[in-house]
Ligand binder design. Structure first.
Ligand code: URA
Ligand code: CA
Length: 438
């Protein structure tokens, strides 16, 4: 096999076989195929696309390029949830204990935040004592004893994807549906679950800005999961406004606790319930969506989900008292309010602008190696559609320095658009994609 012939084949719109993709990917990981040839192949894929079976082959080859987690020692069907990344989106912190409280095991690997979107592992690290690095044995035995564990990536998962992603990033080949779908699914498959629920965000604050592209990505990922023998469903959910009201690590933990107490923001609570419903269905823990929903709502109301959250924190060394007393979480030194410059209805709240504001405050990473501040961020005091008076509070900023506070006040102010009439409510869930749809 010659690399140049494989590039040519893809350039001309033909499908590469599994053996041909293995030759390319394995050769690239070993350093035998140079960046310029891989870049040419990625650009050919960008223009020509890939067949579903071809995308699946690529995914499985990348999934097996490094460490893989074997979860077979955990009883039951292991369902993982993955979000493509949003703002004020603390769903994992709610969904993991909520689903586990119904008896469905949750063994999840999560990532750190990058850019304007947060990451579950950073949020968890704002809980005093919480350990996000467990050995695979500790991870598995914790799930077997209490039903839930969430850890940072252990070992080297899908190193082929890491290399390819870095190359795509500098060769304008990120925005290819088969390349994005295989990149995400390779990491998911390597982390060992039997089934996947995907939350594909769409809108201004999301990686996918328009519905058509988000649906195409959701379909591609469901197709890969299905062809790889893992039941996969995707919800395409709105990210044209922040999902919840808190942006920033400790602030989002506080919001997750409120939500587990049944007092969370409506849209966040609804997305958590719908994702959890899909997880229960895939795990075989409910026969219908309404049966799943009843169980989940009952566990929120009864406090069982919150109890499971505390048990989970304690098992990973975290202080479970935060669930009763959120003042035990890190607190920022300075606070101030963004106020409405006029009276009116909140038309729009730009999630991207607020995500970037939070990043500038230190809540998120501008680059992979930035240090972050777990206490800072912002808390919305209004939702789209609310009426505010002039001078009314739109958001509260939490900052570690006066300079950051001042900058964030003016930056965050730009994220709100006020108007005279009440806007129509935006949809929350656009589509559900299952194997039958692809
Ligand atoms: N996220 C990923 O993990 N991979 C991509 O290619 C794009 C977003
Ligand atoms: Ca291989």
């Amino acid at each position: 096999m010659r690399t140049v012939e494989l590039i040519q084949k893809k350039r001309d719109g033909q499908r590469l076989s599994r053996a041909e993709l293995e030759f390319l990917i394995d050769g690239y990981v070993r350093g035998e195929i140079p960046d310029y040839q891989m870049a040419a192949w990625a650009m050919a894929v960008f223009f020509q696309g890939m067949e579903p079976e071809e995308t699946t082959d690529l995914t499985l080859i990348m999934a097996s390029s490094g460490d893989t987690l074997d979860l077979s020692a955990i009883r039951g069907i292991k369902v993982d949830k993955h979000s493509t990344g949003g703002v004020a989106d603390t769903t994992t912190l709610v969904v993991a204990p909520l689903v586990a409280s119904t008896g469905v095991p949750v063994a999840k690997m999560s990532g750190r935040g990058l850019g304007h979107t947060g990451g579950t592992i950073d949020k968890l690290e704002s809980i005093p004592g919480f350990r996000t690095a467990l050995s695979p044995q500790e991870f598995i035995s914790q799930v077997n004893s209490i039903g839930v564990s969430v850890v940072g990536q252990t070992g080297e998962l899908a190193p082929a994807d890491k290399l390819l992603y870095a190359l795509r990033d500098v060769t304008a080949t990120i925005e290819s549906i088969p390349l994005i779908a295989s990149s995400i699914m390779s990491k998911k498959i390597a982390s060992g679950a039997d089934a996947f629920v995907l939350d594909v965000k769409v809108g201004r604050g999301a990686f996918m800005k328009d519905e058509e592209k988000a649906v195409a990505l959701a379909r591609a990922m469901v197709q890969i999961g299905t062809l790889a023998g893992k039941t996969t469903v995707a919800l395409v959910t709105d990210m044209n406004q922040p999902l919840g009201r808190a942006i920033g690590n400790a602030l989002e933990v506080k919001e997750a606790i409120l939500t587990l107490q049944g007092q969370g923001p409506e849209r966040l609570t609804e997305v958590c319930l719908q994702l959890s419903t899909e997880m229960l269905l895939l795990a075989g823990a409910a026969a219908t969506a309404s049966e799943a929903r009843v169980k989940l709502e009952r566990n929120l109301r009864s406090g069982l989900a919150l109890e499971k959250f505390k048990e989970w924190l304690a098992a990973q060394g975290g202080d479970p008292r935060v669930a009763e007393d959120v003042s035990l979480l890190p607190q920022a030194k300075f606070q101030a309010d963004v106020v409405a410059p006029r009276s009116g209805y909140v038309q729009e709240i730009d999630p991207l602008a607020l995500g970037v504001t939070a990043m500038h405050l230190g809540a998120g990473r501008e680059t992979k190696d930035s240090l972050i501040d777990l206490a800072v961020g912002l808390e919305l005091q209004v939702s789209a559609g609310d009426h505010v008076e002039k001078g009314g509070v739109l958001a509260r900023i939490h900052a570690s320095t006066q300079e950051h506070l001042g900058a964030a006040l003016s930056e965050a102010g730009q994220a709100f658009r006020l108007g005279d009439t009440q806007p129509e409510a935006k949809p929350l869930i656009y589509r559900k994609i299952t194997a039958e749809d692809v």
